[in-house]
Structure formats: structure tokens, C-alpha cells
Ligand binder design. Sequence first.
Ligand code: EPU
Length: 352
Amino acid sequence: MLVEKNVALQPYNTFGIVARAHTLVRVAQEADVQAVLADPALGPQPKFVLGGGSNIVLTGDVRPVVLKVEITGRRLVEETDRAWIVQAGAGENWHEFVGWTLAQGFAGLENLALIPGTVGGSPVQNIGAYGVELQDRFDSLDALDLTTGRRFTLDAAQCGFGYRDSVFKHAPGPASGRSGPTGLGLAGRALITQVRFALPKPWKPVLGYLDLEKKMAESGMARPSAQQIYQWVCDIRGAKLPDPRVIGNAGSFFKNPTVTPEQCADIIAREPRIVHYQLANGTVKLAAGWLIDACGWKGKSVGNAGVYEKQALVLVNRRGATGGEVMTLARAIQTSVYERFGIRLEPEPVVV
Ligand code: EPU
């Protein structure tokens, strides 16, 4: 086990925020975690699990021991009548993994192309885009308990998936909204090591999303391949979302809020153009990007943090932004959306 001290975290978070880890250990295998837990100095300290750093805002140096997940490997582990079961190490780059599955002939993840981050982060967030969520393709995962070092396996029900939510985002304790196998949230308590995906046989394209329908109409293709959808998703994302290698960001900064039909009717009466989607459970989802845009935030800045010109839901690091500046901007946006629409926007990234 190599224990690194005073490590710069700027390259390890997609916002590109400058901060340091007091202590960092790279986890390439389970034994690395067990060595940390058995270490008399590190074992008792709080831990912070770092994946691709694509969904965090660092507001200062990180004091807990940073466990940077670098577990690699990807393979077909099983074939059933209904699916290919493919497993990947938590440290694998998500987008490269999606490309690899397609190259192997396993379709099903193409709508989730180009999402920054790692395989291990994908269930934490229940990542989703263009009509597919991770939970639609999830089989199971292996994780280590960060107090005992013991390995455990969770199926989809045990992960408690919701919209950009899972048991891994909820603090341990009876009050936590989502519960794991022990009835507790697992935030800060588990390190995901391997994730298994069930990639459907036969494969059916998911094309209902407006941007994809436009691509279909433009191309005149009635039956696009998974590879074609992958390419379209890459093109759509490239046109709308900033590349974190060029402009620091963490994707959508707020979740799309849901409201009751009554609340929605009330808002429509005042704002007839509001972008909203009817959900199967009767509630209505509002486009947070539209709400922020309507408050005039697109292209605005607070210090070095800004609102992306092409998508108001994405906050960006214009150069040298601190986590504090990002959060000041986020709070100003929340206040103006609340004052105008009476809706509280909930941030998507984890604030560290
Ligand atoms: N809109 C505006 N102005 C804006 C931004 C959006 O009017 O500045 C309107 C758009 O015209 C559209 C609607 O809002 O009618 C929705 O926008 P978009 O299609 O870009 O999707 P989104 O709801 O903003 C969500 C996810 C994205 C995901 C896309 C595609 C959330 C929080 N975000 O964005 O996920 O890629 O749908 O499925 O659910 C992420 O989570 O980091 C992320 C990028």
C-alpha cells in the first residue's frame, strides 16, 4: 500500500477545482482497502471514496483518507436467455466501457454514451440520459464495507435506485429515505468494487427522447443500430454540454424537480411556456434548465463560476473557480428560481 500525502486533486475532479487530499491511497484491488482498514493510523480515520470526480464540488482540502478507486477489468461473465451479463471494475472509465460493450456486440448502454465518470460511480448516481437509466441495465454489484472490510453483493432492489439516487447517497441512520440490506443508507460506508450489467437480448432501441427523434428524422433511418444511436448521443451531448477537459463542470448541477399536477397547473397559468413532462406516477417533471434559463441566468457568472451558455442546468468553472464560488452561484440560482416559481432546486453533485 502506497500512502500519498498532500495530493493535488485538481486533475481528479471534472470541475477542475484546486484542492488537496491530506492522504490518498489508490485502490487497485480489494486488498488495498483491507490494508488501509488494518493500518493503525489510517484505519480509524474517516474515508472518502473518489471515483471519476465527475459529480463532486470540492469546497476545500479533503481531510478524510481519500480512497481513489482504480480497479480495472471488464468481461462477459454469463449469458442467459434474456441478457448478456457483463462485469466491469469500478475504476473503469464509463464512456470507454460503453464503447467496449458495443464493440463486443452487447448493445444496451448506447444512450448513456459520453457520460463522464467511472463504472463505480454509475450506480451511486443511477446515471441516466436519453430515456435510459442505469437501473434499466443493472444486474448487481460487489462492494466492500468500509468498517469491516467485508465484501457484500447488492441486487437492484437493494440499491434502492431512484432518479439520480441510490442507497449510496443516503447517510446511515434510521431517518435515511432509502435503505440498504441492513435498513441503513450506505453513504461513506461502502466502496463499490465491481458492477455487473444485464444487457438485453433481444436488444430494442430506446428512441423516445425528443433530441433522438430529431436525429432519426434528419437521417431518415427507420431502424438505427446501437452504434448509430451511440454516435447520435455523442453528437447531441457534444453540441449541448461542455467537455470537462476543456471547461470544468459536473454535468447537470440540479435535479429536474417533480411537482403535483395541481402545482404544475398553477405554474402553467403564470408561465404557459414552461417545459414539463407527465410521469407515469401522475406527477409532473419540470425542466430545471428551463426554469434557470427563464430567470435569466444563462451565460451569467459569479466570480469565476458561471452558467453554461448552451445549457443553463450546467455550472462551469470559467477558470480558477473555487468550490465556494460555485456554491455561491448555485445558491443565488436556487433563490431566484424559488422567488419566481416557488420551486426549490436540489443540487445533484455531492458537496465535499
Ligand atoms: N432548456 C431550456 N434552457 C436551458 C436548458 C434546457 O429551455 O438552458 C429546456 C430544453 O429546451 C428542453 C428541456 O429544458 O426542452 C430539457 O433540457 P435537456 O433536453 O437538455 O435535458 P435536461 O433535463 O436539462 C437531463 C439530464 C441530463 C441528461 C439529459 C438527456 C438531469 C438533471 N439531467 O437534462 O443528465 O443528459 O436529460 O437525457 O436529469 C447529468 O445528470 O449530469 C446530465 C447531463
